[in-house]
Design a binder for this molecule. Sequence first.
Ligand SMILES: C[S@@+](CC[C@H](N)C(=O)[O-])C[C@H]1O[C@@H](n2cnc3c(N)ncnc32)[C@H](O)[C@@H]1O
Length: 261
Amino acid sequence: MNSTEMAELLDLDAEVLAAHLAELTGWLAELSDRTPDRIVDLGSGSGTGTFALARRFPEAGLTAVDLSPEMLHLLAGKASALGLADRVRGVRADLDEGWPPLPASDLVWAAASLHHLADPDRVLAGAFGNLRSGGLLAVTEMDFFPRFLPDDVGSGLEARVHAALNPDPPADWSAHLVRAGFVLEARRPFVIDLADPLPPATARYAQVCLRKLRSHLGDRLPADDLAALDAVLDGDGPGNVLRRTDLTVRTVRTTWVGRRP
Ligand SMILES: C[S@@+](CC[C@H](N)C(=O)[O-])C[C@H]1O[C@@H](n2cnc3c(N)ncnc32)[C@H](O)[C@@H]1O
């Protein structure tokens, strides 16, 4: 997946799961003992979290850190379009090469990014050092990639796709936060289960997600499963993901919140 495709996936994710993001940032506002003045988004991508946090905390300045210049370019364009250019700053940095120079913050956010890092513990220690006393770290990771299809499609096809690609249980970041010095405030799984009326971008989101999974499958499933998945992605009939009327969105995302004492 190139960075343009990845950015589209992240933008669709933000659009379809907007209500979840609003719930998550609202919960962080409740946990926070202050109105954050400065927020850092680690592995910001095109800004899903950055802009949700900017909406939730209208007083805050936000620093979006990412390895990818393309993602930061998209993020800067969105910040301008949303009239947020004066509050959102992009910093290009490879977090695997050390903590970048950043102003002290009240909230550090890392969504779907820690699992990409070679040494997440070092980055968590950097986040600890960056936070002001009492500040919060929020780490979010997917328990599993979103699912869209009813179970009767290919007799459980989508479940087999996920099992083939992600056989391991989701990681628990609790001990990592504690090792970095944080007091673990909460570990909260958010169960997302959307049905009609679905956000308008859902079918495209499902298509992009399923295409991503398809590209990683290789020969990990039998040929008839691969053919059934190809029919969902590219078939002419009503079973095509863009024409289906039976889609849902099911996923679980867990957020860990640590506080710097
Ligand atoms: C799956 S995306 C998540 C983006 C965003 N947080 C979201 O929730 O939509 C992971 C992001 O982490 C960034 N990333 C991966 N490795 C990184 C590194 N070593 N340093 C900085 N950013 C990194 C990628 O460029 C990508 O934008």
